[in-house]
Design a protein around this ligand. Sequence first.
Ligand SMILES: Cc1cc2nc3c(=O)[nH]c(=O)nc-3n(C[C@H](O)[C@H](O)[C@H](O)COP(=O)(O)OP(=O)(O)OC[C@H]3O[C@@H](n4cnc5c(N)ncnc54)[C@H](O)[C@@H]3O)c2cc1C
Length: 374
Amino acid sequence: MVDLTAAQLMLHQMVREFSEKEIRPNDMAIDQQRFFVNGIYQKLIDNGFLGLMLPEQYGGAGFDAIATAQTIYDLAVGNASVAVTLEGHYKTLDQLLKYGQPSLLERYLPSANQRIFAFSMTEPSGGSDHSTLGSTAVRQGENWVLNGNKIMITNGGLAEVYCVLVKTAPEEFSVFLIDQNMPGFKFGKRENFLGLTGTPIAEIFMENIVVPADHLLGKVGQGHEIGDSAHADARILMGAVAAGIIEHELEIAVAYAYQRKSGQFRLTELQAIQRKLADIALAKETTTLLYQEAAALKQQRRPYAEVAAMAKTHGSRQAVRAGDDALQILAGYGYSLDYPVEHLIRDARALEIAEGTVEKMRGEITKLEVATRI
Ligand SMILES: Cc1cc2nc3c(=O)[nH]c(=O)nc-3n(C[C@H](O)[C@H](O)[C@H](O)COP(=O)(O)OP(=O)(O)OC[C@H]3O[C@@H](n4cnc5c(N)ncnc54)[C@H](O)[C@@H]3O)c2cc1C
């Protein structure tokens, strides 16, 4: 566990209290109703969550990478969908701060503590291999004209501003910012996903959307680099979501195993159950260490993509496995839709796919290991 500064610790306590009071009591309802019930979304805005890592010059609180990841963890302990909505928002703001032109940032970022931003890469042709993307941006005088279709976008429909990866030439990719008020912007269907059901994940269409030149992030042709950077930032936060889910699973499993008796023994006294509880606790600790290490590397401006990929690869599998152990401890109740364990497994399963599949990340981790060792 990294040592938190006084400011990070205060934020952590405030977020944890918010998560326990406002989010956890709604956890089952969020999953079942596929919606942020009881005004949770508005409460996130009112409590400053959208602007948490936004620099103060744009009206945000200016918190650093460690505090941001810790916040995502604390929210995920309450409900993973809420945490993933902010994960999608924060990773998009990160890319704007890294690659956005000053005139664009001045126009858009002051609104980012009131409205959600999203990052769109995936298309029907595939999410792992961006060379197959069909969306385009064509230069017309001072402007660019965008066309295409993006799917499975976290916060699709909820977000008002989108960064989109498109082709600017047959082998050239670039990222542009568009917003929902632009003529030609349309929302498509909401994905009918298995888990993270509170987070809206949806498709968008671009039909001759015209944007000024300063809506280009970075330079023409820098699209892959920006996409990779978005993934690296997102994977730290997805590691934090995984750790939060595991903490929730551990809490449920320990409480149940302690109060449930088999004959004269509490379940916590049975070796077979102890093994599962210890494995869940171990999963939480290793996942926490990995996402915190990645966040600390990012904060120190050292390379963090590999550890971020490890945090998500390791954490997502551990969260599924720990959920399975928790389900087994609760046995019949664990298998019931009336108890939360089953939805924690469904939520965790999404983390093995979103922000890069675990297969693709293992390829990236191997590439980085080979590059540094051979
Ligand atoms: C909950 C959720 C949220 C999402 N949010 C977003 C979002 O905000 N923005 C966005 O752009 N997308 C988002 N996505 C889409 C996600 O990024 C893609 O689903 C993912 O990149 C995989 O793409 P695909 O589904 O097209 O599978 P494919 O790329 O078709 O992959 C199919 C299978 O082949 C394997 N595979 C493919 N290529 C390789 C490779 N090079 N090495 C090893 N194995 C490989 C994959 O691991 C997978 O098992 C989200 C998805 C989910 C589930």
